[in-house]
Design a protein around this ligand. Structure first.
Ligand SMILES: [Zn+2]
Length: 383
């Protein structure tokens, strides 16, 4: 990757790319984001990508993100069907022999029906006469947590989802070897996916990367135009607070940054180009600041998901520093990706939906026009 980039630098295209930084510098002086009064404070879990199961009405649902959720029952009531809500959030118990899951032997994976966390594999299941799906072992030590349950005059151990803390059922000591445990689960609390259906993430040539370059409206508008980019979602990443609200992020105390999650086709674009665009449309030399926007939430940051992304990020930063493309040193942070929280729908495609607003005309549009000049051969074909 590094050798490839060095050779790129020697090409005319790359020289032109670096030259164009000079054209862009005045943009960095502008107020990067006059956004605060327009933004809403709700955030959503990203669930559109990488899921085996799609639940468009449940923004917290993810089959790949095991980050703990802290969602109120009032919120769950809005996104879960009433019968699942009664079991998951009010510890209701479904009638025995409900459905066919209790005696199913189909090979596959069981997920939490409320949040999508992987709970069991079918080889951890056994057919119990009790009439509820029963397992002798959980997927991993974090997938299910336990609590003493003394309701109904009984001394039982309640089993809860390790991610969303929803009620799943109970744990008993009368299961088969090797564990001797019996996880007695409500079928309604489980989603089952037969083997052979792989998450979309592992399929084909699609990859995602999360970048923070100040106001996400601006960064999103630019990447939406780049050929090979399939999807751009505005949201938050990094920091210490799970699923932070926009208002929390605005305080600058959460450590979370405004970011975009970019899904791209590796056969049509690549990390080098994604990063070239990134370093063209924001100022990577101002620490925790873009224009008039100041705070760690506006920091320049690359959240890498694998070694390849980390190396590519460090490589381009090193190259741009070595070539003195900027008058100051690049301060872009390269941090490991942990979680991404999509911002509310209102923030998505903000530029496209609000072109007539002064902020869009004054701040985003000039950036977009410069980007379109620099990368004019790389724009998506207009429909
Ligand atoms: Zn769950």
């Amino acid at each position: 990757m590094k050798r490839k980039f060095v050779s790129d630098l020697k090409t005319n295209a790359m020289r032109k790319f670096i030259f164009n930084f000079l054209l862009l510098l005045p943009l960095f002086m502008m107020n990067a984001c006059g956004q605060s009064n327009a933004k809403q404070n709700t955030t959503q879990k990203s669930n559109a990508m990488e899921n085996v199961i799609s639940k468009p009405n449940n923004p917290y649902y993810s089959n790949t993100d095991a980050t703990k959720l802290n969602v109120s029952d009032a919120e769950w009531k809005k996104v879960l069907p009433p019968d699942l809500y009664a079991v998951a959030r009010e510890a209701d118990t479904e009638r025995a022999f409900t459905g066919t899951m209790w005696n199913s032997e189909t090979k596959g994976t069981y997920y939490c029906a409320a949040c999508g966390l992987r709970l069991f594999k079918s080889n951890q299941k056994f057919t119990s006469s009790c009439g509820w799906p029963s397992f002798f072992e959980q997927d991993n030590k974090n997938s299910i947590t336990f609590k003493d349950d003394n309701s109904y005059g009984m001394k039982r151990t309640e089993a809860l989802c390790g991610r969303c803390n929803s009620h799943l059922g109970h744990l008993f000591d009368d299961g088969p070897e090797p564990t001797g445990k019996r996880y007695c689960m409500n079928a309604i609390s489980l989603d089952f996916v037969p083997d052979g259906i792989a998450p979309t993430e592992s399929k084909g040539n699609t990859e995602t990367i999360v970048l923070g370059g100040g106001c996400y409206w601006c960064v999103e508008a630019v990447y939406e135009q780049l050929d090979g980019v399939q999807k751009v979602v505005s949201g938050f990443s990094g920091g210490t607070v799970e699923n932070p609200s926009y208002e929390e992020v605005c305080t600058g105390n959460t450590g979370a940054a405004e970011v975009v999650q970019i899904t791209y086709d590796k056969t049509k674009t690549n990390l080098d180009e994604i990063f070239q665009v990134f370093f063209t449309v924001h100022d990577p030399t101002t620490l925790n600041r873009q224009g008039a926007d100041v705070g760690t939430q506006y920091r320049s940051v690359i959240f890498y998901k694998n070694e390849e992304q980390k190396k590519a990020a460090e490589s381009i930063i090193n190259e741009l520093n070595t070539k003195n493309v900027y008058s100051s040193k690049i301060v872009t942070a390269v941090e490991p990706f942990k979680a991404f929280y999509a911002a509310a729908d209102y923030h998505q495609n903000y530029y496209q939906n609000n072109k007539n607003q002064p902020y869009c005309q004054m701040v985003i549009q000039p950036k977009l026009e410069k980007f379109e000049k620099v990368f004019k051969e790389r724009l998506k074909k207009k429909h």
